[in-house]
Ligand binder design. Sequence first.
Ligand SMILES: Cc1cc2nc3c(=O)[nH]c(=O)nc-3n(C[C@H](O)[C@H](O)[C@H](O)COP(=O)(O)O)c2cc1C
Length: 247
Amino acid sequence: MLNEIKEHRSIRKYTDKQIPKDVMDSILNAAIRASNTGNMQVYSIVVTTDSKIKDELAPTHFNQPMVKNAPAILTFCADFNRFNKWCRQRNAEPGYDNFLSFLTAAIDAIIAAQNACIEAQANGLGICYLGTAIYNADKIIDILNLPKGVIPVTAVTIGYPAETPELTDRLPIEAVVHYEKYDDFTTEDINKLYEEKEAREDNKQFIAENNKETLAQVFTDVRYPLANNEHFSEVLFGVLKKQGFLK
Ligand SMILES: Cc1cc2nc3c(=O)[nH]c(=O)nc-3n(C[C@H](O)[C@H](O)[C@H](O)COP(=O)(O)O)c2cc1C
């Protein structure tokens, strides 16, 4: 396994050092070498280094400090705009104003993002994904001038690390991998798979800090609660309509 994959940890604090152009170019070239649907490359990457634009983006990422602190933010977008234009200019009628096409483009964008992250880490940089890109896609569309057919699906902060956090835990591999067919979990399986995670001191502290009884409640009640999920789903449906992927 590549060291960059084995040693990955999200970096949320960066030094002031800017990313040299050749390094950024190699990150972007790694991104575009990714597998993609039909080699249509229906995604785009917006590179933000201008501090004024970073300041505008910061609230859309719930003011997570790394947005202003990182020398660069890459916003990966599902993008049928360019491809549709090409089709129309070549007497071909695009049929990509639907949910399947959005998902296709979103998958392409995310695979490209991960390639960029691995190349960034191979160059000594640290990265952190910003899931907030889909929460506030409507606002990011305005700030980055994204035309119809383009929707941000994830963003990544990139810079030289000013911290070396511990590797985060992972569930045992049996939690994730099924051989041949899906083998559903019994109550005992779930207890066993989550045992180590729940026994960790940092997670016990997390439960106490949030006044909860279980770690799962921190997720359901604090970090990713139903009301937020429903609200941001509505926002996203609105964005899909506005950007031409849903009628
Ligand atoms: C799609 C996605 C969205 C994420 N969004 C955020 C985010 O908004 N803020 C943040 O601090 N970390 C974010 N992360 C980083 C995760 O919290 C992190 O990957 C996870 O806790 C595992 O830690 P590690 O990356 O250090 O191994 C995100 C990761 C992914 C893949």
